[in-house]
Design a protein around this ligand. Structure first.
Ligand code: ZN
Length: 272
């Protein structure tokens, strides 16, 4: 059973309904223990103002979403490096447990997946160098392989951990049940990650059938993922962070009253 204090609201879950302040107030109203803002919501509020709002709320911050997109300009450019440095600073400002990285897919017009992965590793290395100086953990979020072209060319936990091994201290993984549930190697890879590199845990559900690759995620319990099973695996390694609820749902949850969404989140989480 996940109690409300052990939940974190990823602002994507109510991204169409609430700004940052409303999300913070919603969490407090419902007794949810933490929040994980997306950068657009933080920018909209103003970084220093948003950071103050979050700090004063007393909510834990399970992560900042997101840095990465290293392949966006076809090569590792200074603007991409600078944007990631800014993301690190923002994560520090809000007291985030980690900066979550969606690393980027194929460069525009490219078929060079191996090259994309090299750009990503190099970019992560550069961001990590800076993040270490301000003690901000970097969390690679491996994405389901259906996103390899357009969002992230790091697609398995094993692949993410290979990069972590190469780069050294200060970097780990953000595991999202939506992206890892199908992976036959996941148990071994979670063991390999260990407590130190398990930086975030995201929950939602995989609907079957799924109508949209990006915006048809389900509420916990509405799909096919045995969330309890994966949560037990990370807890077995000593992970004791929050369970961050991240649901992109254009046709369902984004259309509902956000207070109802939070209530449903809480009651579903009790069952897993
Ligand atoms: Zn996620």
């Amino acid at each position: 059973m996940i109690t409300p204090e052990k939940l974190s609201l990823n602002t994507a879950t109510v991204s169409k309904q609430w700004n940052l302040q409303q999300a913070v107030e919603g969490c407090l109203r419902h007794g949810i223990g933490g929040i994980a803002p997306w950068r657009d919501k933080l920018h909209e509020a103003g970084v220093s103002q948003g950071a103050r709002m979050i700090r004063e709320s007393g909510l834990a911050v399970s992560g900042l979403c997101r840095g990465g997109w290293y392949t966006a300009e076809g090569a590792l450019t200074q603007s991409v490096i600078d944007d990631n440095k800014a993301a690190v600073d923002e994560a520090v400002a809000i007291g985030a447990a980690c900066l979550v990285m969606v690393v980027g897919g194929l460069a525009p017009g490219s078929r060079d997946l191996i090259g994309a992965r090299q750009i990503v590793t190099e970019g992560l290395g550069k961001t990590l160098e800076y993040a270490r100086t301000v003690n901000m953990p970097i969390a690679i979020e491996p994405l389901h392989p259906m996103y390899a072209a357009d969002r992230a060319c790091v697609n398995t936990t094993g692949q993410a951990l290979d990069i972590c091994d190469e780069l050294g201290d200060g970097i780990g993984v953000a595991l999202d049940v939506y992206h890892i549930w199908w992976d036959p190697d996941i148990r071994a890879q979670i063991q390999r990650a260990g407590k130190e590199r398990l930086l975030a845990f995201h929950i939602c559900d995989w609907l079957s059938p799924t109508s949209d690759m990006l915006t048809d995620r389900g509420m916990m319990g509405d799909g096919v993922i045995d969330i309890r099973h994966y949560r037990a695996m990370v807890e077995h390694q000593g992970f004791n962070g929050l369970n961050e609820v991240e649901i992109f749902s254009a046709e369902n949850w984004w259309k509902r009253d956000p207070d109802e969404v939070l209530q449903e989140m809480i009651s579903r989480a009790r069952e897993c």
